[in-house]
Design a protein around this ligand. Structure first.
Ligand code: HEC
Ligand code: HEC
Ligand code: HEC
Ligand code: HEC
Ligand code: HEC
Ligand code: HEC
Ligand code: HEC
Ligand code: HEC
Ligand code: HEC
Ligand code: HEC
Length: 331
């Protein structure tokens, strides 16, 4: 793309109006438009009224011996109502000839995003450009940052978040710190209460909000967030409906940085089997651990010792605590 094209240069040199030392741009609509500019306009879905600007601002264009800045391929959308000159005014004294500075410029149209500055993400500074690049963005949603290794199965927005929240990221609060799996991502989202066909970071979180852990539905107290998808796990009436200031489910599970399999939030206790280790984080399992040797009614599930879940179709499993007990559902 950034190829040097002598023919274009000659073309431009002969037609570009001489612009003064301080004024670099022109709004002259009658200037001839090189084919490169038209191709570029098509590539970025620009509007016809943007073509005068793009007639100089395309990749590889050289004026006065200097390469003119282009705006990349991932760039703020323009259209009928939104043009280059909606945000820029080549007579403006502001930097980049902007009509207004970030964030006031952005908030003219994206008013609902202003709350971002009230929450933890406000720590990035009072600018949308903490996360977004209007032009020359690195990834989807005009992201300024991207995460190197992300599975193609995962929604691309996860890479946006992980660029800052993975263990090497710049944010204080990090995820993916454990050797055990985190809450599944990229799998089918079973609810319409939370966005996304597949589960991603923004299914549970809204990066532009300010409440708690930036969650779309609160998790504190009754774990309403979790129940939006796991309605069959309601603990109401169960002795396991433990009061926990992080939410009932988080007494045993955590979506991030788990201590053990099955998103376990506590240090596993002693025991020979997966469930015994989990239950003994709280219970003295001596009373029941003998029962692990007992064979049971074949209708009750055997527990797969790789996953900690009941063994499915042909997987091997053994008698474990949840063979007989369901830690959820009190009745
Ligand atoms: C005749 C060629 C030409 C046209 C047409 C043109 N520009 Fe420029 N523009 C330049 C040059 C040359 C520069 C300075 C070189 C550079 O740093 O990219 C520049 C710089 C800029 C800058 C960066 C200023 C800075 O401080 O770094 C912006 C923003 C810009 N132009 C926007 C526009 C917009 C919007 C239009 C359409 C209204 C436009 N330009 C039309 C040639 C042009
Ligand atoms: C939604 C508002 C918006 C629109 C629309 C917009 N720009 Fe910009 N532009 C900005 C902002 C904000 C910056 C400053 C970027 C920064 O802070 O890095 C900028 C910077 C630039 C720069 C300097 C880039 C650099 O790397 O230094 C150029 C050139 C430019 N714009 C050209 C254009 C052209 C051409 C169009 C139309 C196709 C356009 N802009 C449309 C907001 C906009
Ligand atoms: C004049 C109104 C206007 C201004 C000013 C404006 N935007 Fe937008 N923005 C829009 C519209 C319209 C869309 C397209 C919405 C759509 O396609 O659903 C959009 C889309 C976006 C998107 C989503 C892009 C994507 O690929 O999904 C981001 C991010 C964004 N704007 C950030 C900004 C930032 C940051 C600024 C300030 C530098 C800004 N906008 C200024 C109107 C504006
Ligand atoms: C902490 C990083 C972060 C900051 C700061 C941030 N955003 Fe975003 N933004 C994101 C992420 C991640 C997405 C994509 C996920 C989503 O849709 O929420 C996004 C998506 C968007 C979208 C497109 C989707 C939608 O909800 O319409 C717009 C528009 C947008 N941001 C505007 C802004 C504006 C305006 C600001 C400044 C007031 C801002 N953002 C500040 C991270 C950020
Ligand atoms: C540009 C870097 C950046 C990006 C991108 C980003 N964050 Fe953040 N995030 C931060 C910083 C910095 C903080 C404040 C310091 C901290 O708490 O780690 C923060 C705080 C948070 C917190 C609050 C932690 C707490 O308990 O206070 C959550 C939750 C969070 N981010 C989630 C996300 C999600 C989800 C995304 C993507 C949708 C995202 N972040 C994108 C930098 C980023
Ligand atoms: C299934 C819902 C869900 C998904 C998906 C999810 N989170 Fe979270 N996240 C939470 C909950 C609930 C908390 C609060 C946990 C707590 O209080 O211990 C949280 C907390 C956080 C925190 C603060 C961490 C801390 O130690 O307090 C960050 C940062 C964060 N999430 C980032 C992300 C990122 C990045 C992604 C995507 C890779 C993501 N989250 C996906 C539910 C989710
Ligand atoms: C948007 C829907 C959604 C939300 C919200 C959600 N989950 Fe999940 N969760 C799922 C899906 C779907 C799976 C199963 C993925 C699969 O089939 O492998 C899952 C799997 C799990 C697993 C099994 C993971 C493993 O490693 O075996 C646990 C435990 C879990 N979720 C706990 C929680 C907790 C606790 C919360 C609240 C913080 C929560 N979930 C919020 C959809 C959700
Ligand atoms: C007292 C501890 C405890 C509490 C509290 C708890 N769980 Fe569990 N959970 C477990 C154990 C142990 C397993 C592993 C056994 C299994 O797979 O059936 C498990 C497994 C799961 C699974 C994966 C198995 C499946 O059936 O899909 C999900 C999802 C889950 N829990 C969600 C939740 C949700 C949501 C809450 C809060 C409403 C919650 N749990 C509260 C102990 C607990
Ligand atoms: C977070 C701590 C915690 C974990 C982990 C935990 N429990 Fe409990 N469990 C409790 C508390 C507290 C009670 C109610 C007080 C009591 O009866 O000891 C309880 C009650 C019970 C009861 C009912 C006792 C009665 O008298 O009705 C059974 C059965 C039980 N747990 C089994 C399990 C099994 C099996 C596991 C592992 C899958 C497990 N628990 C994991 C804390 C926990
Ligand atoms: C073969 C089925 C079976 C297995 C396996 C089993 N239990 Fe039980 N458990 C029971 C039955 C039946 C009771 C109630 C009768 C009793 O007190 O013996 C019970 C009672 C309990 C109680 C409450 C009674 C008390 O001691 O106060 C706890 C806690 C408990 N089990 C935990 C566990 C743990 C932890 C494991 C795994 C190490 C486990 N159970 C494995 C069948 C089982």
């Amino acid at each position: 793309m950034r190829k040097f094209l002598p023919a274009v240069l000659m073309f431009l040199v002969s037609f570009t109006p001489a612009f003064g030392k301080e004024k670099k741009c022109t709004t002259d609509l009658k200037r001839p438009v090189p084919q490169e500019a038209r191709d570029y306009a098509k590539l970025i879905n620009a509007n016809d009224s943007d073509i005068p600007c793009l007639s100089c601002h395309f990749a590889g264009n050289i004026i006065d011996g200097k390469e003119v800045k282009d705006i990349g391929v991932l760039t703020h959308p323009t259209g009928k109502k939104l043009k280059c000159i909606t945000c820029h005014d080549v007579n403006s004294k502001n930097r980049y000839f902007l009509k207004k500075e970030d964030p006031e410029l952005c908030l003219d149209c994206h008013k609902d995003k202003a709350v971002v500055f009230k929450g933890s993400h406000g720590k990035l500074g009072r600018k949308c450009s903490g996360c977004h690049s209007v032009h020359n963005a690195q990834g989807g949603y005009l992201s300024k940052v991207v995460y190197g290794e992300i599975s193609p199965m995962e929604p691309p927005v996860d890479g946006f978040c992980l660029a800052c929240h993975d263990p090497e990221g710049m944010a204080e609060h990090k995820v993916l710190q454990s050797i055990y799996n985190e809450h599944p991502l990229g799998v089918k989202n079973p609810t319409t209460r939370l966005p996304g066909k597949r589960i991603s970071c923004v299914t549970c979180h809204d990066p532009h909000t300010y409440k708690g852990e930036l969650l779309r539905i609160p998790v504190k107290k009754n774990s309403e967030l979790c129940l939006a998808c796991h309605s069959d796990k309601n603990l109401k009436g169960s002795p396991h409906n433990l009061s926990n200031d992080k939410g009932a489910c988080l007494a045993c599970h955590t979506p991030h940085n788990p201590e053990y399999k099955v998103l376990w939030s506590k240090k596993p206790g002693k025991g020979k089997t997966i469930n015994e280790k989990m239950c003994s984080s709280c219970h003295n399992t001596a009373a029941c651990s003998k029962k692990l040797q007992t064979t049971v009614d074949s209708k009750l599930p055997l527990i797969n010792q790789m996953t900690g879940h009941p063994a499915k179709n042909g997987e091997s499993g053994i008698v474990d605590c949840v063979t007989c007990h369901d830690p959820h559902n009190g009745k």
